[in-house]
Design a protein around this ligand. Structure first.
Ligand SMILES: Nc1ncnc2c1ncn2[C@@H]1O[C@H](COP(=O)(O)OP(=O)(O)O)[C@@H](O)[C@H]1O
Ligand SMILES: [Mg+2]
Length: 221
């Protein structure tokens, strides 16, 4: 399958501002005539959304690290097959709130699962799809967790907080994992500090992202 679109993923610890920033970016691109497919992981399609509820349900304390990893891989396979791959093949710009780097950061750096197991599963789940650009919103987990806690308290519906209930040390390993991934692939990653205001962070992201979307795509979107 040939992908001619442009794939941007957003990554970072809980509460760093991924969902806030990705939404602002999709609105900005829409205003400039670039239609995007805005999606998220875990989830992004009905079957994967069902897996999401298992993964984020704080009551599932007994979920084993390996079962967790495989549920992420299952959800990702479905999401890539149903949503991401067809959109990229159709030449669209895809914005995804978390993707395969999250599995490396959380399940390998966070939980300690062997990196080769994760890389192998990710390879199968992604089916040749990989982000052209990954925006890492780098944030102190203590700051992010406090923001996420306030968001959860203010939201009705199921409390998606299984990861928010992990220790600060776990989230620090995740942050460090993301930083190492970014250092290994500086061309793909754009690292933005998540400690400023929403407007400051978005100003940095938008100015850099817009120029990285290929000219040819801007013309056809
Ligand atoms: N830079 C920021 N400063 C202060 N609050 C923020 C900032 N970015 C996001 N928030 C708020 O923090 C909460 C978590 O942000 P969110 O975008 O949901 O983070 P994530 O998707 O990374 O978990 C939201 O209530 C959001 O409005
Ligand atoms: Mg979010």
């Amino acid at each position: 399958m040939i992908h001619v679109g442009f794939f941007i993923s957003f990554e970072g610890v809980e509460g760093c501002g991924k969902t806030t920033q990705i939404k602002l970016l999709s609105e900005l691109l829409a205003a400039r005539g670039i239609t995007t497919v805005l999606t998220r992981e875990p989830g992004g399609c009905p079957i994967a959304d069902k897996i999401r509820t298992i993964l984020l349900d704080a009551e599932n304390r007994a979920l084993s690290p390996l079962a967790e990893l495989m549920l992420y891989a299952a959800a990702r396979t479905q999401h890539v097959t149903e949503v991401i791959s067809p959109a990229l093949t159709a030449g669209k710009v895809v914005l995804c709130d978390r993707f395969c780097d999250a599995t490396v950061a959380y399940q390998s750096f966070g939980r300690g699962i062997d990196r080769s197991v994760i890389d192998n599963l990710n390879k199968h789940a992604c089916q040749g799809v990989s982000p052209d650009l990954t925006v890492l919103v780098d944030c102190d987990p203590a700051v992010g967790l406090e923001r996420a806690r306030m968001r959860i308290e203010a939201t009705s519906g199921p409390r998606e907080e299984r990861f928010e209930l992990e220790t600060l040390a776990f989230h620090q390993r995740v942050r460090s994992g993301y930083q190492q991934l970014a250092a290994q692939e500086p061309d793909r990653f754009m690292v933005v500090s998540g400690s400023g205001s929403i407007e400051e962070i978005f100003s940095t992201i938008s100015s850099q992202v817009v120029v990285r979307i290929p000219e040819v795509l801007r013309a056809i979107c």
